[in-house]
Design a protein around this ligand. Structure first.
Ligand SMILES: [Zn+2]
Length: 576
């Protein structure tokens, strides 16, 4: 999954691509106080600037995906040009209602000419001692003698959308010997042409950094400061093998990928945030006493995230309704299929992964909504993200089955998708219209009808028996989707936890839970979701009265399918 802010960066970059880049030098100097990094000295020089008085000059994002940034004001900045100090005028945009993203902007009170230099102390997010909270990976943190984080948290940037030739260098003289400085686009002294927005979305890590491979590689690296609770040497070579396979397949073997890991994430969580060329994720350390890492699950997660480097979102993803069905559908479909083709997964592991995505579709009570309604409901928390993944994945499987059927087995979704992705890697057009043209070439008018049916919703997708080829057959299944029966947020967090928005016909209501009851016991959501037969016992308080209620937090039933191995067909005939 990509975050919204990294997604927005893509469209701005493509719009600005026609202009010659300006030079922007960024020198970063992390400094220590005792054993922790206290701040990063930032010195940004933008060459040959010519900006009129009161024209947009500098900006800083104030909030990224709900996370406050370092939020400097003008008094924290030293700004000069060829004429000396530059007096600044500061304005802060009003908070947007969702508190997802807004900016502080600076203009100069006189024309700015020559080299513009901006200096300040980049300050890490203040965290309670010993705590490593999860959440969107938007902040910059001091961690174990070093730092890591997203540029937009601590950088003040040019207030424009044009491409700059950005050179990042590190002054590590304030750090212990052996320190390394790494950016999304390289280790040490690195240069990349990017818009300021893309620079804000890139990742930085410095200090006693460890890596796979041990020495920096031009195209694939994994970096961390704190040793994860799991064995990197077991997982990293598999991900590297997959990444290089993707590169050969999509004819782009020079695109670089840097995976950064930071301490935290609670119970072995895999949360992360992607930006072009890198990915920053949480990983628990051994001293957090996490449960044992599910290594196949971690490999599947990383295979998905590094796959996103190749089929990015459509260039016009933000025009009209969202097209996550493409970017996420491609990633869920192919990260699993290609791992099987490469021999990294068994046939059983392959089926288990795809079955999980199909179950996300069949077992969701909102499965008949239009795709637009699904995506507009998911960021407010009304509709789970799982349905967006599940329905997009189901659509990709259906397209593949129809293309195979129409071509009598000679063509597949590969023949529709791979040429589009390769064209995009070469810098050619890559839009929803290009997808629809390819769909038309493969399936004719039936293809467009299938797409419109998928968008509109109203009925279940017509999934054929041979959806996954001859090795698997369809069986009817009754799904019992997870249904807590009330809003999870107010019942699981806050000083006083309460039942809100109780669903009338839910098992919770039938068992005796009442709107407004105070929740005394804890609710282990993850365990309840994972085990379809688990019961939940709630200790409640109603006024002064203690109440105990036990029920199975499942709704439905919902009819659907799953696919099982057909033992009479040998694996060599699977055609996957
Ligand atoms: Zn994804």
């Amino acid at each position: 999954m990509r975050t919204i802010s990294s997604v927005v960066a893509l469209s701005i970059a493509s719009a600005a691509s026609a202009q010659a880049p300006r030079e922007l030098d960024l020198l970063l100097k992390p400094r220590m106080a005792d054993t922790a990094m206290s701040h990063v000295g930032v010195r940004m020089v933008v060459r040959n600037v010519d900006v009129a008085a009161r024209a947009p000059l500098l900006m800083m994002q104030m909030v990224a995906a709900g996370v406050n940034t370092a939020q400097y004001d003008a008094s924290a900045l030293t700004v000069t040009d060829a004429g000396g100090p530059v007096p600044l005028n500061e304005t802060t945009e009003p908070k947007d209602p969702a508190n997802n993203r807004y900016f502080r902007r600076w203009t100069a009170m006189r024309p700015v000419k020559g080299d513009l230099t901006v200096m300040y102390d980049g300050t890490p997010r203040r965290l309670p001692a010993g705590q490593w909270p999860g959440g969107p990976v938007m902040d910059m943190r001091a961690e174990d003698g070093g730092m890591n984080g997203r540029g937009g948290y601590f950088l003040v940037l040019p207030d424009d959308t044009v491409r700059h030739r950005i050179r990042v260098r590190w002054d590590l003289s304030g750090m212990p010997a052996g320190a390394r400085g790494v950016w999304t686009h390289g280790e040490g002294d690195a240069t990349k042409v990017l818009t300021p927005e893309k620079l804000a979305g890139s990742i930085f890590m410095a200090g006693p950094v460890k890596s796979y491979p041990a020495k920096a590689d031009p195209t694939f690296n994994i970096y961390w400061l704190t040793q994860p609770s799991w064995n990197v040497a077991e997982v990293a070579p598999v991900i590297e093998k997959l990444y290089r396979y993707y590169g050969r397949l999509f004819e782009d073997t020079t695109h670089s990928m840097r995976v950064f890991m930071r301490r935290g994430g609670g119970r072995g969580g895999n949360g992360g945030s992607g930006a072009g060329g890198s990915f920053l994720m949480y990983s628990p350390s051994a001293d957090q006493n996490p449960p044992p890492m599910n290594v196949p699950g971690l490999v599947a997660f990383l295979a998905h995230e590094v796959f996103h480097q190749f089929p990015e979102m459509f260039d016009d993803f933000d025009v009209g309704e969202p097209t996550y069905w493409w970017s996420e559908g491609m990633a869920t479909y192919y990260s699993n299929l290609l791992a099987y083709r490469l021999g990294v997964k068994t046939l059983d592991q392959f089926l288990e992964n795809w079955s999980g995505f199909l179950a996300n579709y069949y077992a969701d009570p909102n499965r008949l909504l239009s795709y637009k309604d699904i995506t507009s409901g998911m960021f407010g928390g009304r509709i789970g993200l799982n349905l967006m993944y599940g329905k997009g994945h189901a659509f990709m499987m259906l397209l593949n089955a129809r293309i195979r059927e129409k071509s009598r087995g000679t063509r597949s979704l590969d023949d529709l998708a791979f040429p589009l992705i390769r064209a995009h890697r070469r810098g050619e057009s890559y839009t929803r219209a290009d997808f629809l043209a390819a769909l038309d070439r493969e399936l004719g008018p039936d293809g467009r009808a299938l797409y419109e049916e998928f968008r509109a919703g109203g009925k279940l997708l017509d999934m054929p028996d041979n959806l996954i080829g001859p090795c698997f057959r369809r069986v009817a299944v009754t799904y019992r989707p997870f249904q807590l029966g009330f809003d999870a947020g107010p019942a699981t967090s806050g000083d006083r936890r309460v039942i809100r928005n109780l669903v009338d016909e839910s098992a919770a209501a039938r068992a005796g839970v009442r709107e407004g009851d105070e929740v005394v016991s804890t609710i282990e959501l993850g365990a309840l979701r994972a085990d379809t037969s688990a019961t939940l016992t709630l200790q409640l308080r109603r006024g002064e009265q203690p109440v105990t209620v036990t029920y199975t937090p499942r709704g439905g039933p919902l009819d659907g399918y799953r696919w099982v191995r057909e033992p009479s067909v040998p694996e060599s005939a699977c055609k996957l």
